[in-house]
Design a protein around this ligand. Sequence first.
Ligand code: 5AD
Ligand code: SF4
Length: 467
Amino acid sequence: MERTTVIAEAQLQAQKEICRQIKEYWQEKGIVPCAFVDTYGCQQNEADSERIRGMLQDCGYTMTDTEEGADCIVLNTCAIREHAEQRVFGNVGALVHTKRRHEGQKIFLCGCMMGQEHAAKKIKSSYTHVDGVFNPHHLWRFPELLQQVLLTGKRVFAVENEAGNIAEGIPVVRQNKLKAWVSIMYGCNNFCSYCIVPYVRGRERSRRPEEIIKEVRELIAQGYKDITLLGQNVNSYGKDLGLGIDFADLLDTLAQLEGDFWLRFMTSHPKDATKKLFDVMAKHPKIAKQFHLPFQSGNDRVLKEMNRRYTSGQYLELVNYGRSVMPGLILTSDVIVGFPGETDEEFEDTIRLIETVRYDALFTFIYSPRKGTPAAEMPDPATKQDKNRRFDKLVDTQNRISEQIHRSYIGTTVTVLADGREGDVLTSRTEGGRLVRFKGSDDLIGSFVKVRITDCTTWSLVGELAE
Ligand code: 5AD
Ligand code: SF4
């Protein structure tokens, strides 16, 4: 593998020039082309899709929300679990017919799934209606790939793997007017034994702090109110830059920017989360008091096999510290059941951990073997039924806790960000992301307001303006 590279300004300018040429290509035809970008998987993919839309817009495309009749379709795929891949293959298969109904339609596949050689090969050999494939390392070259397909009609495959790169200044079309994602770093060095991400997204590399500060400042000026800093493991931010700036320092700087906004971040690896980070969070009102801290398993043997490099004791110590400096801290997490070799007793440690921490919300997954990862080679004697039983217990346990926490909001006053209207009520979100509905006028949309919670349904809270 090669070293991390920063894509030179001249190369990015060349892509911009290609965008201009594609725009002209369509203008000469007298056509306003439209594009559909479909995103699978995580927020990193959402953020990448915003850049794909930005490049397409520069090429003269307008955006549509259906594949039917689109001149260009981009499927930004996910490889984290088999289910995600099956959905992609199913949907790509169906595009044969969509393409038949719209002459000249161009279909591209990108994202993590295309970072796996076997998946890209399968697309090449069995899905010949797909015009182009590129993995996450080649995203910045999308205009060039699109132009090749448009001009030659030939299929293109940009799937060479590399350690990774950073490309600044790619245009972005954001989907939401209030919430924005800001990637602060790319890739992952952790190689958790079950996870495909380090193989498809390359090594950790951090954007320079001044670029991030500039982007966040612009977002605040544009009226964004809820800004999420993104990275597979934000806690190792800056290690590759050698500037003496870590993630807590970056957060500290950003939280001091002028304006009215919430700052949040994901994802944190417990082995790298520091007390300093919790202290910075506690210090700044603009940093949302919410922490997504995946624990994956509550059993130390399983954690070791997962190559997570912390114990459940160390994890709990971290949580306790966070709560000691921020009593209302909202915790969310990811957990996997049915990791190869996990026994019923070991699974019970996971349940115990959940009951000890009492998360606000949990993202629960059944282990899915990923080709090329160490865990996929481990003996896995538990049956599908065993795993499903554990999964059901996990979900039941968390649902009970979530419901209790949900009810405990009644009678309290919370700050929410009003984000839209549904009939005669406004919709809003709390700092921790809970949906709150309350009566209010449209001019409140986009501002932070205090709401007294009066009632709840299964999935949302009901309140009234407190001021
Ligand atoms: N099987 C199941 N869940 C997985 N995750 C990552 N890889 C796998 C896998 N092979 C989960 C982890 C991670 C989240 C994004 O997805 O919990 O934190
Ligand atoms: Fe995957 Fe682990 Fe990296 Fe998260 S930290 S992306 S789970 S390897």
